[in-house]
Design a protein around this ligand. Structure first.
Ligand code: SAH
Length: 370
């Protein structure tokens, strides 16, 4: 695990070439608390899921997202450099937060933008829209997408920044698909329209020792029952690209304009081929998103070989240390599904085996993002 603020090469375009620069650079901290949720519940009996919506009511989480320049500038470039997409169009911003994406769309010439936000931040978005003179173009609607009606029957464009850790944690994708099926006009566009999940393997002796094996001997006491829990929780952190031992394998690509909610649960096979002799302590997942309808294909990666984003990477520690030789491969499959009790949580099953010169191992491990 490494310094989150260290910038590396950027895979896709997000440079800004106009005068509206965002000065600060993301520092790689996360955008959600472990038990956070999204919208303000009406009554006082809050469940852990309700805290999700609460967390978006505070400006801190929005500050973090806005300062993630890889994220925000990609959206800005997509909009400002493709004004032909927005000119005279009706846009729906799903989960508008501060209203930043709506403001970009309004500036790019959209006819009208409906900015839907369920947290208290909607009140701020209204003020922000007014302060910037866009009240006649942007209508902020406070409420859950699933619970409100739009003043128009159809929209031409749906824009949203719905991605969670490990792409699917938070499960806001369902909200975007719901809005698409309810309001998007035939041949309308969804931005972004493509998301892909990748897997690779890393050497991570030091951090595995610190986070997992630590519980085996705590001031001389056996706390290994907690080790069992800690290894089941994927760790969101930045990985140094020098730790990568194998190739990076594409697990799953999603076409947001066509997929169904069920497509977000899947089993994908993988084959990770070692590029050097080393040890493997963990598998690492990350995602890319793309806006394929742009004049020039645009997007960004949250992988370890590109500049860090607030999503970092997701590290899944393995029970055993794999001793792998160059050219050998770890083969297996990853199953991803929504947790039945809390659909915002993600269950992951990892099956893997290595049949190498120095190590023969076959195992199944369960993980839960929560
Ligand atoms: N578009 C903003 C905020 C993105 S974060 C930006 O790019 O900076 C996602 C936002 O979606 C959060 O503010 C959250 O409160 C909101 N949200 C999540 N689920 C929602 C739902 N079902 N209905 C309305 N808003 C939702």
């Amino acid at each position: 695990m490494n310094d989150a603020s260290k910038p590396t090469k950027i895979k896709f375009e997000y440079e800004d070439d106009d005068d509206e620069t965002i000065e600060q650079v993301a520092t790689g901290s996360s955008n959600l608390d472990e038990d956070s949720t999204m919208c303000e519940p009406a009554d006082a009996d809050k469940t852990s899921a309700d805290y999700y919506f609460d967390s978006y009511s505070h400006f801190g989480i929005h500050e973090e997202m806005l300062k993630d320049v890889v994220r925000t500038k990609t959206y800005q470039n997509v909009i400002y450099k493709n004004t032909f997409l927005f000119k005279d169009k009706i846009v729906l911003d799903v989960g508008a937060g501060t209203g930043i994406l709506s403001l970009f769309c309004a500036k790019a010439g959209a006819k009208h933008v409906y900015a839907v936000e369920c947290s208290q931040m909607a009140d701020m978005a209204k003020e922000i829209v007014k302060a910037n003179g866009y009240s006649n173009v942007i209508t902020v609607l406070k409420g859950k997408i699933e619970e409100l009606e739009l003043p128009v029957p159809q929209v031409d464009i749906i824009i949203s920044e719905w991605m969670g850790y490990f792409l699917l944690y938070e499960n806001m994708l369902d909200t975007v698909l719901y809005a698409r099926d309810k309001w998007l006009v035939n041949n309308g566009i969804v931005l972004p329209d493509n998301a892909s999940l990748y897997l690779t393997a890393i050497e991570d002796a030091e951090y595995k020792e610190d986070k997992i094996e630590f519980w085996n001997n705590v001031y001389g006491f056996d706390m290994s029952c907690i080790r069992k829990q800690s290894i089941m929780e994927p760790l969101v952190d930045t990985v140094d690209q020098n730790q990568i031992v194998t190739n990076c394998q594409l697990l799953k690509t999603m076409d947001i304009s066509k997929m169904t909610s069920g497509d977000a649960s899947f089993t994908a096979p993988f084959k990770l081929v070692a590029e050097r002799d080393d040890y493997i302590h963990a598998l690492v997942a990350y995602f890319d998103v793309a806006f394929t309808v742009c004049h020039k294909m645009t997007g960004f990666s949250t992988g370890p070989k590109t500049r860090n984003t607030h999503w970092k990477q997701t590290v899944l520690y393995l029970e055993d240390v794999l001793t792998i030789c160059e050219g050998e491969s770890v083969v297996g499959s990853m199953t991803v599904s929504q947790n039945k009790k809390n659909p915002r949580d993600v269950d992951i099953t990892l099956k893997y085996s290595l049949n190498g010169q120095r190590c023969v191992i076959s195992r199944t491990q369960q993980y839960k993002m929560r």
